[in-house]
Design a binder for this molecule. Sequence first.
Ligand SMILES: [Zn+2]
Length: 230
Amino acid sequence: MRKALRDWWQALEHLILPPVPLCGLCGEQPRLPVGACRGCLDSLAISWQGREVGGHLCFSLFPYQGYGRDLIHRMKFQRGYQIAFTLGFFLGLAAREEPALAQVDILVPVPLSPGRLEKRGFNQAALLADNIRGVWKRQVCAAAVRTRETKSQSGLSLTERKRNVQGAFALLPGFDLRKKTCLIVDDVITSGNTFSALARLIEDYGGRPMGIFAARTEISSRSDVDAEKL
Ligand SMILES: [Zn+2]
């Protein structure tokens, strides 16, 4: 009886003072309307940036270092669905406001190999794409697949990285990309070789590739090259 009374009282308290929603990144501080707390937003050092990779325009949200790097690792290796939801939400909001992306028709998440997908249980790029779509209505193409296991890009030279992902993607039948602007989605862009390999495939099918990434590293940085599609 006492427990029932306590539950009833708690329900009443929540009605009068609803629990404060917590930050989608740290899960500790009250969140702002954008979905994260002030501290996380400051630590991420968000700066929306566009750059050309192999002649295609790619956008990213924050540098892959410090807190941003920790977040990406937690999202990938600790099943950080809430982090993917929040970063996807940020990317969707940014994409929606970016005039250069207004022509985008389809989101194409970078696929994982079946082996890595089984090990990890989810593809972070696909999660990001689904959450981008939550705020920016675009079709998601799940027809891009890996045709073979590729080595981790970590520790490979730039030439080896390029060779490692060359021809590693294929498109399952049923998706028409002709004259469609296809926005490749991934968590991090490092050397850009994974992006370029998938971009080439999209071009082969008559599409126009562009890219969107949560985080970026400088192409010359070797210390951070562990990120790309581990
Ligand atoms: Zn936070």
